[in-house]
Ligand binder design. Structure first.
Ligand code: PAF
Length: 283
C-alpha cells in the first residue's frame, strides 16, 4: 500500500497505474463502517484510494476538531487489510498551503437545513474539501467512482447535487450504514460515549424507527405533531435533540400530503451528554 502526502505525489502515483480510481474519503479513526465502504469501493475501480484528512473547514470553532480521534497506525493496518492501494493523507499545509479563500457554496435549500442549520458552514467545508480531493484523485484519470456512507445522509445528497451541478465525472455510490448489534450506527464519535451513554445511545435509532412507523400508520397525525412527540420523548430519555424529522429522500424537503413508504427518510441529530450523534432511516 502506497502512502502519499501531497497532491503532486498522489497524481504521480495514480499516473503510474492504468484505469480509473475508486475513492473513499474519510477523516480517519476507521471503524467497520468505513471498512465496509472500502470493501464496496474495491471492485468499482482499478485503483482503490482512501483519504485520511481531518478537515478543519467543516468544524465550527467550538466543535471537536482538536480532540477528533486520530488513529493513524490502526487506520493504515485496516486499509491495507481491506485491499487499499493508495492512502492519501495530506498534512494540513499540503491540502491548504494558503488559506482556502475559494470555497464551494452549496445550494442553501439543501445545505442550510438540518445539519447545516445546526452547524452553519459545515457543508461549505465539506464540499470545498471534497471538490479538492476529487480534483486530486480524479482529474488526471478523467473520472471514477466515490463511495459515501448513508450514515451522513444529508452529506451524501449535497455531494450528489454538487457533482450533478458541476458535471463532475464522478459516480457517487451510497454505502449502507453499519450498525452495532444493538442497532447503534457506527461512528467515530461513539468513542466519546461513557459506558452508560453507550448503552442508551441506541435510543436515537429507536426514536427514528418509531417516528417512521408512526408516520405510516393509517390515520396518522400530521408529521409536525409526530416529530414534536418524538423530540419530547427523546428529551425525556435525557437527550438534547436538535431535530427528528421525516423528509423526502432526494431533496430533503418536507413531504407534501400523506406519508407513503419508499420515498422518505427519517433523520435525527441529538446530544447525549457531551456527544452529538446523528442517524437516519430510509422508509
Ligand atoms: O464524512 C466524512 O468523513 C467527511 O465529511 C469527508 C467526506 C471525509 C470530508 O471531510
Amino acid at each position: 500500500m502506497h502512502i502519499v502526502r501531497t497532491i503532486p505525489d498522489l497524481r504521480a502515483a495514480l499516473a503510474a497505474r492504468p484505469g480509473r480510481p475508486a475513492f473513499v474519503p474519510t477523516m480517519g479513526n476507521l471503524h467497520d463502517g468505513h471498512i465496509a465502504l472500502v470493501a464496496q469501493a474495491k471492485p468499482l475501480g482499478d485503483t482503490l484510494v482512501a483519504s485520511i484528512f481531518v478537515n478543519r473547514l467543516q468544524f465550527l470553532p467550538h466543535e471537536d476538531f482538536d480532540s477528533y480521534p486520530r488513529t493513524w497506525d490502526a487506520d493504515c493496518d485496516r486499509l491495507e487489510a481491506a485491499g487499499c492501494d493508495i492512502v492519501f493523507a495530506p498534512r494540513e499545509g499540503d491540502l491548504y498551503p494558503e488559506p482556502q479563500t475559494f470555497k464551494i457554496q452549496p445550494d442553501p435549500q439543501l445545505a442550510d437545513i438540518l445539519e447545516g442549520h445546526f452547524r452553519p458552514g459545515f457543508f461549505t467545508g465539506v464540499c470545498t474539501v471534497v471538490m479538492k480531493l476529487f480534483s486530486a484523485v480524479f482529474f488526471a484519470a478523467g473520472g471514477g467512482t466515490a463511495v459515501f456512507g448513508k450514515k451522513d445522509y444529508q452529506q451524501l445528497m449535497v455531494i450528489r447535487r454538487m457533482v450533478q451541478q458541476f458535471a463532475l465525472p464522478v459516480d457517487i455510490v451510497a454505502g449502507d450504514t453499519a450498525r452495532a448489534a444493538d442497532g447503534l450506527a457506527l461512528s467515530s464519535r461513539n468513542g466519546y460515549l461513557s459506558a452508560e451513554e453507550r448503552a442508551a445511545a441506541v435510543q436515537l435509532s429507536q426514536a427514528l424507527r418509531a417516528l417512521a412507523q408512526a408516520a405510516l400508520a393509517p390515520g396518522a397525525a400530521p408529521l409536525a405533531t409526530l416529530e414534536q412527540l418524538a423530540l419530547e420523548q427523546l428529551a425525556q430519555q435525557g437527550w438534547a435533540p436538535d431535530y427528528l424529522t421525516v423528509r423526502q429522500r432526494g431533496d430533503l424537503q418536507v413531504p407534501q400530503g400523506a406519508a407513503s413508504a419508499g420515498a422518505l427518510v427519517a433523520l435525527g441529530a441529538a446530544r447525549l451528554g457531551g456527544t452529538r450523534l446523528i442517524d437516519n432511516l430510509e422508509f
